[in-house]
Design a protein around this ligand. Structure first.
Ligand SMILES: [Zn+2]
Length: 266
């Protein structure tokens, strides 16, 4: 008879991994979460995926916008203080995509379609700082690795027999990024991660000397362009926070952000 690993064994294995190395805390917010991936592993995976993004996307040739993105990106990343990330910022030429995303290890891509919203949020510099700050927030809080860790645990629970933990991670990574990139769709983060990225981004932009109030205007504009308050959006809302909730939380953090913004001017 062929030996099979029982579900209980797999669950104990998953729980064991969790107990040994799985728990970590998000430094910026103190939130506890599952983390089964090393920083080095995460950085390497992000590096490879970003190369693929760059080779399969049409990159913008607008020198002014490209320069501004890199300039702001470097300034905000400096405030993030993670020396082991090799930050890169790419501007993808697609006016239809009102979006941006980040890959593990400090690789940020912004679509040209989001630039008009940034301008309407009170100027390209402050508006773009909102977008970049948010994406840097995802990167430094290691949200990508967290999602991959969650998938790894789920895979173990779902009896991925014969697969090592590393293979599990690889599969989760491909699921989260590989396939997504090819299809031009990046799987969404959880609401908790979105709020966390908003908060981290708000403080980073303020510390770097960009007016955090632009974040309020930015999300108000986003709501105007594609309302999240109407009906029929359940599917979207299951992963993305409604803009109103986002705005509420951002406004709650505003006094702290304004403190850093005023400090940056001294
Ligand atoms: Zn996000």
């Amino acid at each position: 008879m062929k030996k099979t690993i029982s579900t209980i064994t797999l669950i104990s294995l998953a729980a064991g991994i969790f107990a040994v190395s799985g728990c970590s805390t998000v430094e910026q917010t103190g939130r506890k979460r599952v983390m089964l991936m090393s920083r080095a592993e995460e950085i390497q995976m992000g590096e490879e995926a970003f190369k693929e993004v760059l080779s399969t996307s049409k990159l913008s040739t607008n020198l002014v916008n490209k320069t501004l993105l890199t300039y702001l990106g470097k300034k905000l990343a400096e405030k993030a203080g993670v020396p082991d990330y090799a930050w890169e910022f790419a501007l993808i030429d697609d006016d239809e995509q009102v979006n941006a995303f980040c890959l593990p290890g400090g690789k940020v891509a912004v679509y040209t379609g989001i630039l008009p919203v940034a301008i309407m949020a009170g100027g390209l510099k402050d508006g773009l700082a909102v977008v970049i700050g948010h994406e840097i927030g995802h990167a430094i809080a290691r949200h990508g690795a967290e999602r991959m860790s969650q998938s790894t645990l789920a895979n173990l629970g779902a009896s991925v027999l014969g697969s090592t933990v590393f293979k599990g991670k690889q599969a989760a990574f491909m699921e989260a990024y590989g396939a997504g990139i090819t299809l031009g769709v990046i799987l969404p983060y959880s609401r908790v991660q979105e709020y966390e990225a908003d908060y981290i981004g708000l403080l980073l932009m303020a510390k770097a000397g960009y007016n955090p109030e632009a974040a309020v205007k930015f999300w108000e504009k986003m709501e105007e362009l594609s309302p999240t308050s109407g009906s029929g959006l359940e599917k979207y809302l299951s992963t993305h926070p409604p803009n109103q909730d986002r705005l509420k939380k951002i406004k709650e953090h505003m006094p702290e952000a304004m403190y850093y913004y005023n400090m940056s001017k001294k």
